[in-house]
Design a protein around this ligand. Structure first.
Ligand code: N01
Length: 506
């Protein structure tokens, strides 16, 4: 069990895991299986599930098929549909956590305030809202899309009605019959707008850039299928493998042959034509950049919702928000009761990076602000010993399931923890040249991708115009790169003799 040090009351743990979403939960389970039982998972929210616990907006569902959006070690024969709803995914994570018997080491309602590397003890000193930890390693599973980004719009702070971000839905606000505006038309908006359209009086949807949206091939799993998945797990594995192969087959179109994505554009245009007859609206919703440059979205309900009588799609730029209205560049003022902000997340400048201070006394935000986010194999960062980032730089996907990437990283981290223990290493840190070579190779491979050549602005790109978020290849190549812990790419330190004494003296 974790122990407290004598003077500062810092709780000593081998591993401090940040976040109880898919990444943190998998880390806890796999560390436990590897015999690394001395860990704590700190989670600012009140339960497991991460994004699937927090994002409760109406219509929230996964846009990756259920068979693949689950752990390989915890297949779920009970998924209700091809694409799972938020509640079901959250319940799945809860069940997985309970079955694995790890919840006794989860500290909920506990947010990380800051983390500092202490060279004397070769440990991380982590301040949380519920006390201090001294941890051998920090494993960050805090999520790439977890910090809501509010738009900087003149006057927005003076709005007198209800206002909330899509990822922090206020269920106390009854939208029935109200005049509502939604700013943003990304993955969250296209799911929630069709639900709001059914209940509000009037809905204004503010679109800055249209997205390519293809039909959602949705269906419920039958009772026979579920029974078969339960009785013959091999069947579900086969179904999962089929989905995996299908999605991976699409990767080259994103990474090397973006012209192939014209097929998606044709599919999308048919999707529009089926739902919208007004040529002006058709023009507004038809993108002019290459499909895939921004995330390709899937929906059967978005275009019909925009075509509904109680919805206006506004494409004139927003100039300001008043106490009760949104004003656009054409001078129009549209009164509203409720403002829903579906403007996405801080991705390339994650706020948590400001609070992590490494070996040289610099924060991760400082280091990354110089040349953009970078990490060796998307997982470890030079200057930040014993720190692991799950869903770190260049690990996100435009074509497949993040759970596969998360599991790949967790395997690597568990291997690293094992290597540290077996070799008696107090600290490991990727060599600067190993990280630079990895980053250069990833950026080289990024050049022909649709995210670079597709002619759009997207949250995949940082302030330097580099894509530091996505993995430019198939997911199995990522897994191959992380298949074993490559100690030769790391500077290692054996325990300093003062370490134990210093810990005791704390
Ligand atoms: O956020 P977004 P999201 N004024 O950043 C607009 C995942 N996800 O929450 O395109 C006006 O995609 C912005 O316009 P533009 C998924 O990975 C997954 O929707 O920048 N508009 C855009 O339309 C997704 O990609 C699921 O010109 C402003 C929107 O706001 C990621 O989360 C479901 C603005 C933001 O879209 C983020 O999706 C939901 C401003 N100042 C989300 N600022 C699944 O199903 C921004 N916008 C798994």
């Amino acid at each position: 069990m974790p122990k407290k040090t004598s003077k500062t009351e810092a709780t000593l743990v081998d591993h401090l895991i940040v976040g109880a979403g898919f990444a943190g939960l998998a880390s806890a389970i796999k560390l436990q299986e590897a015999g690394e039982r001395d860990f704590v998972v700190v989670e600012k929210d009140s339960d497991v599930g991460g994004t699937w616990h927090i994002n409760t907006y109406p219509g929230a569902e996964c846009d990756v098929p259920s068979q693949l959006y689950s752990y390989s070690f915890a297949l779920n024969p009970d998924w209700s549909k091809v694409y799972s709803p938020q509640q079901e995914i959250w319940e799945y994570t809860k069940k997985v956590a309970e079955d694995a018997d790890v919840l006794d080491r989860f500290a909920f309602n506990t947010a990380v305030i800051d983390a500092k590397w202490d060279a004397t003890t070769q440990r991380w000193l982590v301040n949380t809202t519920n006390g201090q930890y001294s941890a051998r390693t920090v494993i960050s599973g805090s999520g790439g899309l977890s910090e809501p980004r509010m738009p900087e719009i003149d006057g927005i702070e003076d709005f007198q009605g209800e206002i909330f971000h899509s990822s922090r839905w206020d269920h106390d606000v009854d939208l029935t019959g109200k005049r509502v505006a939604v700013i943003g038309t990304g993955a969250s908006s296209i799911q929630l707008v069709p639900e709001l359209q059914k209940i509000v009086g009037h809905l204004d949807v503010y679109q800055r850039t249209p997205n390519w949206i293809i039909p959602r091939n949705e269906r419920r799993f039958t009772a026979v299928e579920k029974a078969a998945f339960r009785r013959v797990p091999g069947l579900q594995k086969a179904a999962r493998a089929a989905v995996y192969a299908q999605l991976e087959g699409r990767a080259p179109a994103f990474t090397r042959f973006p012209q192939l994505l014209q097929v998606v554009e044709r599919q999308c245009k048919k999707n529009i034509a089926k739902a919208i007859s007004d040529p002006e609206l058709v023009a507004k919703v038809t993108p002019t950049y290459r499909a895939g440059c921004k995330r390709i979205l899937i929906s059967n309900a978005w275009y019909p919702a925009l075509a509904a009588d109680n919805v206006d799609l506004v494409t004139d730029p927003i100039t300001k928000v008043t106490g009760d209205a949104i004003v656009t560049a054409d001078g129009a003022e549209r009164p509203i009761d409720v403002l829903v902000v579906a403007t996405g997340f801080y991705v390339t400048e994650p706020p948590i990076a400001q609070h992590i201070t490494g070996r040289e006394g610099r924060t991760l935000a400082d280091v990354w602000s110089e040349a953009g986010m970078a990490a060796y194999k998307g997982t470890t960062v030079h200057g930040f010993p014993n720190m692991f980032q799950i869903v770190g730089p260049n690990t996100a996907l435009g074509h497949s399931s993040m759970i596969y990437i998360i599991e790949s990283q967790v395997r690597y981290i568990v291997e690293a923890a094992r290597a540290m223990r077996s070799k008696g290493l107090a600290a490991i840190e990727p060599k600067a040249e190993a990280q630079a070579a990895w980053t250069a190779e990833v950026q080289e491979r990024m050049k022909p991708t649709v995210w670079t050549t597709g002619g759009c602005a997207s949250w995949y790109l940082d302030k330097f115009g580099n894509n530091t978020t996505l993995w430019p290849g198939q997911t199995f190549t990522f897994r191959q790169h992380l298949s074993k812990f490559d100690a030769e790419a790391y500077d290692v330190a054996t325990p300093v003799t003062v370490s134990t004494a210093a810990e005791e003296a704390l």
